[in-house]
Write a new protein. Structure first.
Length: 345
């Protein structure tokens, strides 16, 4: 079987997404999930701006670092985090694809009514505004009881699932709801709720990377629109520069007519296999940097085990949350930057 460049690009995207998802699912087995949680990075970024001011430690707390680096990437390659890295995006797409295989056509082709869909898509900007406002008022890791990422990344942490459920039932049920919805109607959390996706989407509006359709070459087969996980009607647009576009290039990679769709950065054609690989390498680099400043599980820290003096400020100003076990839960207060030092002592 001949593997075309388009197929290679699709396989590479799925391979990168799969590796990223496995990494996220097992990440918490050896380092704090706070190093990579995109929701946490978001919360801490705005809490840092409005409440604590940015210290070097705050800026280099793992979650803010990966968030900032992926923000820059989304200016260059649109929502590359959503397209190639995000495990929750990947699991929703997986659930959607399973649904497409097993559901009867009538159900699997059902779409959210157009007007309702358009209204609901504003939801993620409302959540984004809440993040900014609450970052400035409550601060800290305020969404921890409704954060599906935290639950997902803790699944294989070694703690019994029942115990994890008891500790954070709302986030657990939210995650299950997201995946059930995706089974029937695709990436609902991404389209309607996720503040990180809203943020990356707004940044992607200034990206020089756009999907372009050559109307003279296009044969109107509609395959691009059908393949789009963001439900964008690519077949009827000349340029896709919507904040909804993940930049996944699925549309380009299913187009049967050579030259009808392209995804240049500025006017430069980019190798479609290289984009997911580059995004993954940049993300891996940012996680490596984050890990170098985060404490690992079990108490070791990049600069040696921290002594109590290093966490004295955090303890006294924050009164960090205590889990039932008595262990501190980083990010439970207004000024905590979720560096995780307290947990490593
Ligand atoms: S919108 Fe949110 S959940 Fe969806 S892929 Fe992007 S970051 Fe992940
Ligand atoms: S328009 Fe193309 S690149 Fe954008 S989300 Fe849809 S399929 Fe992906
Ligand atoms: S898949 Fe290609 S040929 Fe078909 S409608 Fe889309 S751009 Fe046109």
């Amino acid at each position: 079987m001949k593997i075309t460049h388009q197929k290679a690009a699709r396989y590479t995207r799925w391979a990168v997404l799969a590796m990223s998802t496995v990494f996220f699912l097992f990440f918490s087995g050896f380092i704090s999930v706070h190093a990579v949680c995109p929701i946490g990075g978001f919360e801490m970024f705005f809490a840092g701006i409005f409440r604590t001011g940015f210290t070097i430690a705050g800026l280099f707390s793992g979650m803010v670092l990966t968030f900032l680096i992926m923000s820059v990437v989304s200016i260059i390659f649109r929502r590359a985090y959503c397209a190639y890295i995000c495990p929750l995006g990947a699991l929703q797409e997986l659930s959607e694809n399973i649904g497409k295989k097993v559901l009867p056509a009538k159900i699997r082709d059902a779409k959210m009514p157009g007007k309702l869909d358009a209204v609901l898509r504003w939801g993620k900007y409302v959540v984004l505004a809440l993040f900014i406002i609450l970052g400035g008022t409550i601060g800290g890791h305020w969404m921890i009881k409704g954060d599906p990422f935290i639950v997902m990344m803790g699944l294989f942490s070694g703690n019994p699932i029942t115990e994890q459920f008891q500790r954070n039932p709302s986030s657990f049920l939210f995650l299950i709801g997201i995946l059930v919805f995706a089974f029937f109607m695709g990436r609902g959390f991404c389209k309607y709720i996720c503040p990180a996706g809203a943020w990356y989407g707004l940044l992607s509006k200034i990206s020089p990377n756009k999907i372009r359709r050559d109307v003279d070459t296009c044969v109107g087969c509609n395959l691009c629109s059908k393949a789009c996980p963001a439900d964008i009607d690519v077949a009827n647009l000349e340029v896709v520069n919507s904040a909804e576009c993940f930049g996944c290039r699925e549309c380009v990679n299913v187009c049967p007519k050579e030259g009808a769709l392209s995804a240049p950065v500025a006017k430069v054609d980019v190798n479609q296999v290289a984009v997911p690989v580059a995004a993954a390498m940049i993300f891996a680099g940012s996680v490596g940097l984050a890990a170098s400043v985060m404490p690992s599980k079990g108490g070791s820290y990049h600069g040696g085990k921290p002594d109590s003096a290093q966490v004295e400020d955090a303890d006294t100003v924050s009164g960090a949350d205590q889990a039932d076990s008595g262990a501190p839960v980083s990010g439970g207060c207004a000024v905590c930057i979720a560096c995780g030092l307290c947990g490593a002592v």
